[in-house]
Design a protein around this ligand. Structure first.
Ligand code: AMP
Length: 462
């Protein structure tokens, strides 16, 4: 089996990019999928976020792409806007040596007009969510005559979210002569049916099987009385040291209640539920990704699309009703080969849920024996090490990470490079993580100075 990228028949330019990005070895899903996709085969891959699946389809797509022809050649369908943004980001990174490459995000919540204009100018790759993609197909604003490859990313989540009918309509509307790649974490019969209906001779690649022995996520559970849950949560947070932890509840109301209880104890928490406006949701996620918030509490629906590198701890404050939901939840930790921990708080009455999880996972979460005593909550009430600054300029304003770094460091900003964390550039705005103690002065220096000769507004995201 190939253990380095050079053995995967990738073009020298792509090998150089992979090397620059510091990807030393292909991940198992990449080793298995890249040759098959390069050979033009349809593929049904079992793989979750963090396995390197984006590069597994992006590299062969980029290799086959004709940049000189300004036509849509690949379409990536994703369940959420966040995932679409993340896939587009990874594809732009991998395609940085393709001069003139144009990748467009087609997601809801953004003006259709701008997307239509961009489509008119011509794009090579579109990454989008089902509703908006279908919208463009039906308006006739997206020309698919040259479309060679369609990817269904996280197909099971798309079905879970009720996008099945839209995805079917998209697949019926694009050329029959095409390559179809389907990635999914789980394989319910609905996914099998979709594969049979829309793929031809699909080869199956299973790597990240949930039943795989050496799953990088260590799973534990604590059996607790309902009244002990909060104490058990504090105990868990204390015993599993983490920079970031994600806590799942089943209901919006429990998210709100728990968030209130934890903030009252002085913990740095944010919450994510369906009631947030899109911009608030973006801010909460940006803060969690760049370590300005240590603890995020979410419902499953709101938690879809959360993508955080280096997430060390996932806690199920409430066990989900469906075992597949559990698989999705704990799939957020232990990314890209790093070990993660998942701890579930289960009441006696939830033993049947644990049994169902064991059936799906092939292994049972290990029971933690401990006395739920009082935890000194003060020891948990550390501030996050970073704070997030919102800057009113983004990619469309030609702002790049280096420009922001330049404005904040050296004579202009006075900060050290090590005081600056993740810089996330979006279309019209940017999020920058700055060491908390320097946050106020960083805001001032952006507001007082210029970036690329232009003035932008900066503010602290609270
Ligand atoms: P994904 O599963 O596509 O969400 O990828 C998870 C993360 O792993 C992304 O941040 C990628 O940039 C990174 N990644 C992908 N392939 C490799 C590789 N072969 N070696 C190291 N990191 C990788």
């Amino acid at each position: 089996m190939a253990t380095n990228f050079a053995q995967l028949s990738l073009a020298p330019a792509l090998l150089a990019v992979v090397d620059e990005l510091g990807y030393r070895h292909p991940t198992p899903i990449q080793v298995e999928s890249i040759p098959l996709i390069l050979a033009g085969r349809d593929l049904i891959g079992q793989s979750k976020t963090g396995s390197g699946k984006t590069a597994a389809f992006a590299l062969p797509i980029l290799q086959a792409l004709d940049v000189h022809s300004r036509s849509l050649q690949a379409l990536i369908i994703c369940p959420t806007r966040e995932l679409a943004a993340q896939v587009a980001r990874e594809m732009r990174k991998l395609g940085r040596k393709h001069k003139g490459l144009s990748i467009l995000e087609l997601v809801g919540g953004q003006p259709v007009r701008q997307q239509t204009d961009a489509l008119d100018r011509g794009v090579h790759i579109a990454v989008g969510t089902p509703g908006r993609l279908l919208d463009h197909l039906e308006r006739g604003t997206m020309d698919c005559t040259q479309l060679a490859t369609v990817v269904l990313d996280e197909a099971d989540r798309m079905l879970d979210m009720g996008f099945g009918a839209n995805v079917e309509r998209i697949l019926r509307a694009v050329p029959k002569q095409r390559q179809t790649i389907l990635f999914s974490a789980t394989f319910p019969s609905t996914i099998e049916a979709m594969s049979r209906a829309h793929q031809s001779d699909a080869l199956r690649v299973t790597i990240d099987d949930a039943k795989h022995e050496d799953s990088p996520v260590e799973q534990f559970f604590l059996e607790v009385e309902p009244s002990e849950k909060l104490q058990a949560l504090y105990w868990t947070l204390e015993h599993y040291p983490h920079e970031s932890a994600l806590i799942f509840c089943n209901f919006k109301a429990s998210v709100a209640e728990l968030a209130q209880a934890l903030s009252r104890s002085g913990l740095s928490v944010d919450r994510l539920d369906g009631d947030l406006e899109q911009y608030q949701r973006d801010q909460v996620l940006a803060k969690f990704r760049n370590q300005s918030t240590r603890i995020l509490i979410a419902t499953d629906v709101a938690g879809r699309g959360i993508d955080v590198e280096d997430l060390e701890l996932v806690i199920n404050y409430e066990l989900p009703a469906k075992p597949n939901t559990y698989v999705h939840r704990i799939g957020r930790t232990g990314r890209a080969g790093k070990a993660g921990v998942a701890v579930s708080l289960a009441t006696k009455r939830e033993r049947t849920k644990l049994a169902a999880i064991e059936q799906v996972m092939g292994t049972a979460p290990e029971r933690l024996e401990h006395e739920v005593g009082e935890t000194d909550v003060r020891s948990l009430a550390r501030d996050a090490k970073m704070a997030t600054i919102l800057i009113s300029g983004g990619r469309k304003d030609k702002v790049r990470p280096g420009d922001i770094l330049g404005a904040l460091t050296g004579e202009a900003g006075g900060l050290e490079g090590c005081d600056i964390g993740k810089i996330e550039i979006q279309n019209r705005l940017s999020y920058v993580a700055v060491a908390r103690r320097h946050a106020a002065s960083a805001v001032d220096s952006i507001n007082a100075g210029r970036i690329k000769g232009k003035r932008f507004r900066a503010s602290l995201v609270s």
